[in-house]
Design a protein around this ligand. Structure first.
Ligand code: C5P
Length: 294
C-alpha cells in the first residue's frame, strides 16, 4: 500500500425473506432470500504495514479465524500480491447474530484490498473468493436490496425497497457453530419454493410498498427451540407494538419494520428499558454509481 490510510464501512443486513428450498448434494442448502443492508455498520481502516496485521476493538476477534484475515490471505493467494496491510476493525454489529457482520467485514476487506494494493481482479474472481469465505459474502459486494439465490452466490440487485425504519432486537444468545446447527435442525416441512420471495421481489421491482406481512424466515419455526430465551424476546417485541416480527438470517436477531421513525424509536427504547439489546436502523443503499462486481 502506497497511498494514505482510508476507511470503508461494512454494513449489517437483514433478511426480509429467507426461504430454504432444500438440501444440495454438497451438504449446503439452496436458498431464496431478499436481503437489505441497514445503516448499522462496522468500520475498517486500511493503513500501510510491512506484513499482514489485523487489529480489532474486540480482542477475541483479532485472530486468524476472522474472515477479514482470511480475506487478506485469499487475495494474496489469488494475486500473488506480497504487499503488507494493517486493517483495524471497529466492531459495532453484534457478532453471530444473523446480521451478516463477519461476512460484511470480509466483503469490505476485499473491496479495500483492491484499492490499497491497486489490484484489478475480475468480478467473477472476486465473487469466487467471496463465496469461498462464506455464503453471505457475495451479497455484501453489492449491498442495498437484492434477491439472493443458490448457496448465496446468485445475487440479483433490486431497486430500492419502499421501506425505511427497521428495529433489530439482537439477544445475546450464543450457539456454537450456529449457522451450521440451524441448517441441521431445519427439516423438509420447513422447505418452500421461493414463491413468497419472488412475489416480494416483483412488488419491489414494480415500486409498490413493502407490507410487513410479506416478511418470512424458514428458521422461525425452529428458532424458539434452538435459542433458549428467544420466545420471551419475541413476546416482548410484540408487546411493545410490533406485529410482524421475524428472525434475521439464522438468528437469533429479530426484526420488525416500523411505520415511522417515532414508532421505531419508541419500540427500541421500550425494549432497551427491559434490558434488551435493540437498534433502530434505517435501510441503507450504496451510491448507485459504485461499480458492481461481475
Ligand atoms: O457458508 P457459511 O460458512 O456461512 O455456512 C456455514 C454453514 O451453514 C455451512 O457449513 C452449512 O452447513 C450451512 N449452510 C447451508 N446452506 C447455505 C449456507 C450455509 O447449509 N446456503
Amino acid at each position: 500500500m502506497t497511498g494514505p490510510e482510508f476507511q470503508i464501512q461494512a454494513h449489517a443486513k437483514v433478511n426480509l425473506t429467507l426461504e430454504v428450498l432444500g438440501r444440495r448434494p454438497d451438504g449446503y442448502h439452496n436458498l431464496v432470500s431478499i436481503m437489505q443492508t441497514v445503516d448499522l455498520h462496522d468500520r475498517l481502516t486500511f493503513a500501510p504495514a510491512a506484513g499482514l496485521e489485523l487489529a480489532c476493538n474486540v480482542p477475541e476477534l483479532e485472530g486468524e479465524a476472522n474472515l477479514v484475515w482470511k480475506a487478506m490471505c485469499a487475495v494474496q493467494a489469488a494475486t500473488e500480491a506480497k504487499h503488507g496491510i494493517r486493517i483495524t476493525l471497529e466492531k459495532r454489529i453484534p457478532t453471530a447474530a444473523g446480521l451478516g457482520g463477519g461476512s460484511s467485514d470480509a466483503a469490505a476487506a476485499l473491496r479495500g484490498l483492491m484499492r490499497a494494493w491497486n489490484l484489478a481482479l475480475s468480478g467473477d474472481a472476486l465473487m469466487r473468493i467471496a463465496l469461498d469465505l462464506g455464503s453471505d459474502v457475495p451479497f455484501f459486494l453489492y449491498e442495498g436490496t437484492a434477491l439472493v439465490q443458490g448457496r448465496g452466490e446468485n445475487v440479483v440487485p433490486l431497486p430500492r425497497a419502499h421501506m425505511d425504519w427497521i428495529v433489530v432486537l439482537a439477544p445475546e444468545i450464543q450457539l456454537d457453530g450456529k449457522t451450521g446447527q440451524m441448517f441441521r435442525l431445519i427439516s423438509p416441512e420447513d422447505y418452500s419454493r421461493g414463491v413468497l420471495s419472488h412475489k416480494l421481489a416483483g412488488r419491489i421491482r414494480a415500486g409498490s410498498d413493502m407490507p410487513p406481512q410479506f416478511m418470512f424466515n424458514a428458521f422461525d419455526s425452529i428458532a424458539d427451540r434452538a435459542f433458549p430465551g428467544l420466545a420471551a424476546c419475541r413476546s416482548a417485541f410484540k408487546s411493545v407494538g410490533a406485529r410482524e416480527v421475524v428472525l434475521s438470517g439464522a438468528g437469533p436477531s429479530l426484526i420488525a419494520i416500523a411505520p415511522s421513525r417515532e414508532i421505531g424509536l419508541a419500540w427500541q427504547l421500550l425494549l432497551k428499558s427491559r434490558g434488551m439489546r435493540a437498534f433502530l436502523c434505517r435501510a441503507w443503499w450504496p451510491d448507485p454509481a459504485r461499480a458492481l462486481p461481475g
